[in-house]
Design a protein around this ligand. Sequence first.
Ligand code: CAA
Length: 283
Amino acid sequence: MAIETVGIVGAGTMGNGIAQVAAVSGLKVVMIDLAEASLVKGMATLTSSLERLVAKEKIDAATRDAALARIETSTDYQHLANVDLVIEAATESTELKVCILKQIEASVRADAIIASNTSSISITALASTLSDASRFVGMHFFNPVPLMPLVEIIRGLQTSDVTVQEIRELTSRFGKSPICVKNAPGFVVNRILVPMINEAFFVLTEGVATAEEIDAGMRLGANHPIGPLALADLVGLDVCLSVLDVFAKDFGDPKYRACPLLRELVAAGRLGRKSGQGVYRYE
Ligand code: CAA
């Protein structure tokens, strides 16, 4: 089966980014969210990202217009009835994802593939809540989706070879590079990246240096494109915290304890760029 139509559940940062990449790659897209307002916001973000790519001459205006014309939005799961693949990109909560995946499975064709963009939740555990776990796979994109070349393809214990192969081919059509990884908390990238971000919050808490100095240190001393605290703001402090909480629970190792400052900022609603303030303030 060649994947030609993709459903995306969740119009937030990751969902609208995935929708953009899929539409630019020539696929028809159905983007679903609970609220019409979230869909409007997601489409606005996606449109301004396409504008930036046109302004930088990475794509032309005709490609932008064709991509936008391929995207349909809806609050109704019934619109997923004819898609070949659904990518779930909702908030990082097991209960919520299980509920959404059940609704997806009840709405799609029996041969459609279902993928989750989870950054840390067990693909094997999510798969086991579906009646056909062999068609379920992890497809983990990185933020900002239009720019980041990697997709982690995560194989749950039950995922079939055919499913992995289809997703591998699609990832290449998206112009992205896949790595295939086994199911494990945080997979590969977040297992390494998020503890580094957490450590930056401990360094900040201890007053070893200011946020700007910590970030400059990692940019200039380790050649990272942005510092770990600015990266936390980009990823979302709530996402970083939920990844750490999954690590703490699943590994049972205290080294993954979330920094209290990170927890405090999330409790205050300072989630990073998306809320206008995280470690830093944004216009
Ligand atoms: N859409 C289109 N273009 C965009 C864009 C978007 N969403 N965001 C940025 N750009 C473009 C800008 O227009 C700019 O273009 P030019 O270089 O042609 O001028 C370019 O990207 C650089 O943007 P900025 O100057 O604003 O900022 P920057 O130099 O800091 O680059 C970045 C931005 C590419 C995001 C860079 O900071 C970077 O690579 N950061 C690290 C990102 C990263 O590590 N992501 C992984 C996060 S972990 C994750 O996502 C997984 C998880 O589950 C938590």
